[in-house]
Design a protein around this ligand. Structure first.
Ligand SMILES: C[S@@+](CC[C@H](N)C(=O)[O-])C[C@H]1O[C@@H](n2cnc3c(N)ncnc32)[C@H](O)[C@@H]1O
Length: 305
C-alpha cells in the first residue's frame, strides 16, 4: 500500500517554487510526495527542509544532500529553522491534516472503517489520546469539541451520552465509540455522523487549529518578499483560517484601514477563489475531492502599511 498519494501536486509546487536556488519548507512531509516534487525543481544550490510530527514519516526520508527532515510540530517552524541557521525562506508549503497512511493504519484509531484503540495522535510521543480525552474531559468540553470541530448539531446530546457511558464502561476503541451512538442514528446518516465525530476528536487531540494558527502567524517573519505561502486544506475550518490569513493576516474580524482604505497585510492572495482538483485527479484519488489550494505572495514591507 502506498503511504500517501499527494494531492494537487503539480498545481501547488508550480506556485511554490519560483527560485530554483532558493530555500523551501514543506511543513507536512508525510509520504514525501510534495517534497520530492519540490526537490525536482531545485538546482544544486537549492535546499528543502521538511517537517512532520509523526515518527512514521521517517521511513520516507529522501537521500539527497539538499534535503533535511525535522521531526517536529510545524508550530515551531520558525525556531526550528533558526536552530538550523535559517531565518529567511523562499516559500512554505502546508498540505494539512492526516495522511492516508495514518487513516489506513487501523490501530492508530483515525478511521471509522477499522477496529482500533481510540488513539488519534499524529505525534506518538504525546500523552493525550482520543480515549483519554473521552474518559477524562468535562462534558462541556466534549460538547464544545463536537460542536466546533465536528460541526455536529446534537453535540450536547452526544457529550451527555459519553459521560453516562463512561461511568459504567470504558470507551477505549473505535467500535466502543460507534456502538455507543449506533442506536440513535438512522442507518443512512451513520457514516456522516461517525466521520464528523472522528474528525472532531482528531482535531482536538492534535490541537490542529491552534497549531495551524501558530504556523500561519510565524510565516511573515520567515518568508521573503515575493516568497510564497501555499496551503492545501481538507475541511472548512482549516480553509477558513487559510483564506482569512492570506487575505488580511488575521483570523477574525476586519483589519484596521488607513485614510486611503489600505490595510496592513503580510500576504496578498494570488487568486480570490481556492483552486481545486480536476475530475481526473478526483477519480484517481477521492481524497482530492475536498482539497482547496490557496496561495499567498509575501508583500514587501512598504506594502504592508
Ligand atoms: C496530508 S499529509 C501530507 C502528505 C504529503 N504532502 C505527501 O505528499 O505525502 C499531512 C502530514 O502532515 C503531518 N502533520 C499534520 N499536522 C502537523 C503538525 N502540526 N506538525 C507537523 N506535522 C503535521 C501529518 O503527520 C501528516 O504526515
Amino acid at each position: 500500500m502506498t503511504y500517501h498519494d499527494p494531492v494537487l501536486l503539480k498545481e501547488s509546487v508550480d506556485q511554490l517554487v519560483k527560485n530554483p536556488d532558493g530555500i523551501y519548507v514543506d511543513v507536512t512531509f508525510g509520504g514525501g510526495g510534495h517534497s520530492r516534487e519540490i526537490l525536482s525543481r531545485l538546482s544544486d544550490k537549492g535546499r528543502l527542509i521538511s517537517f512532520d510530527q509523526d515518527l512514521d514519516a521517517k521511513q520516507n526520508i529522501i537521500e539527497d544532500p539538499r534535503f533535511q527532515l525535522v521531526l517536529s510540530n510545524f508550530r515551531y517552524v520558525k525556531n526550528q529553522l533558526k536552530f538550523l541557521g535559517i531565518t529567511q525562506i523562499d516559500g512554505l508549503l502546508g498540505d494539512l491534516g492526516v495522511s492516508s497512511h495514518q487513516f489506513d493504519t487501523g490501530e492508530r484509531g483515525f478511521s471509522t472503517r477499522f477496529e482500533g484503540d481510540l488513539d488519534m495522535r499524529m505525534n506518538q510521543q504525546q500523552s493525550k489520546t482520543a480515549a483519554s480525552f473521552l474518559m477524562e474531559a468535562d462534558e462541556s468540553d466534549i460538547a464544545r469539541v463536537f460542536a466546533n470541530y465536528g460541526e455536529l448539531r446534537s453535540a450536547k446530546k452526544w457529550a451527555n451520552k459519553i459521560v453516562h457511558e463512561r461511568k459504567e464502561n470504558e470507551i477505549k476503541t473505535t467500535t466502543d465509540l460507534k456502538n455507543l451512538f449506533a442506536g440513535f442514528i438512522p442507518d443512512h446518516r451513520k457514516n456522516k455522523i461517525y466521520a464528523q465525530l472522528f474528525q472532531a476528536l482528531r482535531i482536538e487531540i492534535n490541537d490542529e487549529m491552534k497549531a495551524l494558527e501558530e504556523l500561519l502567524l510565524s510565516t511573515p517573519d520567515i518568508i521573503k518578499p515575493d516568497g510564497r505561502l501555499v496551503l492545501i486544506s481538507y475541511h472548512s475550518l482549516e480553509d477558513r483560517l487559510a483564506k482569512r490569513f492570506i487575505r488580511s493576516g488575521m483570523f477574525e474580524g476586519e483589519p484596521e484601514k488607513d485614510m486611503y482604505g489600505n490595510w496592513y497585510a503580510p500576504f496578498k492572495p494570488l487568486q480570490s477563489k481556492a483552486m481545486t482538483a480536476n475530475e481526473d485527479e478526483i477519480a484517481k484519488n477521492p481524497r482530492a475531492r475536498s482539497a482547496k489550494l490557496r496561495i499567498g505572495i509575501r508583500n514587501h514591507a512598504e506594502e504592508e502599511k
